[in-house]
Design a protein around this ligand. Structure first.
Ligand code: AMP
Ligand code: MG
Length: 354
């Protein structure tokens, strides 16, 4: 049944693109003014390509240590490696399992966010993802009855964490895929700051996290990819924060019925999310929050995401609808500029008070 499979990345640090294409004069100027030499590391982890860039005398050593931090977290959270903590939890047959501090922290955070988003984020959705083949890339369209049966084994509220112990009912599976990269980014940021780095940009498979600003004092410029194909819909200026995008166009397959099925599942139905949103970009202080929210706001759809933002003002959001409209929360109104080629997209500002 697998006919087409696709992975795309949504966000990219603009100065890297500029280096390659020299497409924007103003930014080239900014780039050339940056006298400090960046140190970069490129590697594959958590099923994605990562690139970290840091400035300063200690950058090289710090980035080596950063890579190690990501590798360690990955080995604890893998759903498939038998010696990982998450594998142990998922094969514990209902018994309590002791977790390391990091795994306990992110598991509890994921469960809390599941509750706050009323199950839009669902860290126990893994059996359903497997049925759709997203865990193996052997994609298929499951029968409705199969999904119904699997959904009986899904439910964040049945996971019981207590300190560093966790208990998962037999038949259920925990997966940190929707929040893990964000948390890993937070851990790396902490480490780099401890090492005295005050300017760095991390790209964890499209999750962007920044320490400070560029060495010349200007903001980092991120290109936001169009969810409709090639191209950059606009540029977001950021400093000292995390920027994470989710959308079903990132990873999907085309079924025998000709329909596209994306990797973000609506936990209330067991089917890939299908609503008015094509992509959601979240800007927040911490990567784990941005990661949890980008996935769950896609599930909520535009109206639900707007309502959630009004009740939880600790993040900003840029949502692109399937109609090609852009919705920005008011805090980033002045930080985003539409690119010329996408100038016909309509921009709307989401305000605290309607
Ligand atoms: P992200 O790329 O952060 O949006 O996370 C998407 C990944 O999380 C998917 O590839 C799945 O592994 C998993 N996932 C899919 N739907 C959900 C959901 N509703 N809640 C939590 N994780 C999900
Ligand atoms: Mg996420």
């Amino acid at each position: 049944m697998k006919s087409h499979f696709c992975i795309k990345r949504y966000l990219f640090p603009m100065f890297m693109v500029i280096g390659l294409t020299c497409s924007c004069g103003r930014n080239i100027e900014t780039y050339l003014q940056t006298k400090a030499e960046p140190v970069k590391t490129d590697f594959f982890a958590m099923d994605t390509h990562m690139q970290f860039t840091a400035y300063g005398d200690k950058a090289e050593e710090a980035l080596k240590a950063a890579e190690e931090v990501v590798a360690q977290l990955e080995s604890k959270w893998s759903v498939t490696k038998e010696d990982s903590e998450i594998y142990q939890v998922n094969h514990s047959n209902g018994q309590e399992v002791a977790l390391s501090d990091e795994t306990a922290e992110i598991a509890v955070f994921a469960l809390e966010m599941a509750s706050k988003t009323e199950g839009a984020l669902e860290p126990t959705i893994y059996p359903v993802l497997t049925a759709w083949g997203f865990t193996t890339d052997e994609n298929r369209i499951p029968e409705a009855a199969e999904l119904e049966e699997l959904l009986a084994h899904v439910g964040y509220d049945r996971v019981e964490p207590s300190g560093n112990q966790i208990q998962l009912p037999a038949g259920m599976e925990l997966d940190l895929g929707a929040v893990g990269k964000g948390y890993a980014g937070d851990q790396v940021i902490e480490l780099l700051k401890e090492e005295g780095i005050s300017s760095a940009l991390l790209d964890l498979g499209g999750n962007i996290q920044a320490i400070g600003r560029k060495p010349d004092g200007s903001d980092w410029k991120l290109g936001i990819r169009s969810p409709f194909g090639e191209g950059t819909i606009g540029i977001l200026s950021i400093a000292d924060c995390a920027v994470v995008t989710s959308g079903n166009y990132e990873r999907y397959f085309v079924g025998d019925d000709g329909k596209e099925y994306g990797h973000i599942i609506d936990p209330s139905t067991g089917y890939p999310v299908e609503n008015d949103l094509a992509s959601v970009t979240i800007i927040a202080k911490e990567g784990k929050l941005a990661d949890a929210l980008s996935t769950s706001m896609i599930v909520k759809g535009l109206e639900g995401a707007e309502a959630y933002w009004r009740e939880n003002p600790d993040f900003e959001m840029l949502a692109v609808t399937n109609q090609g409209d852009i919705y920005l929360t008011e805090g980033i109104e002045d930080l985003f500029s539409l690119s010329g080629t996408f100038g016909n997209m309509k921009m709307h500002i989401i305000r605290e008070v309607r």
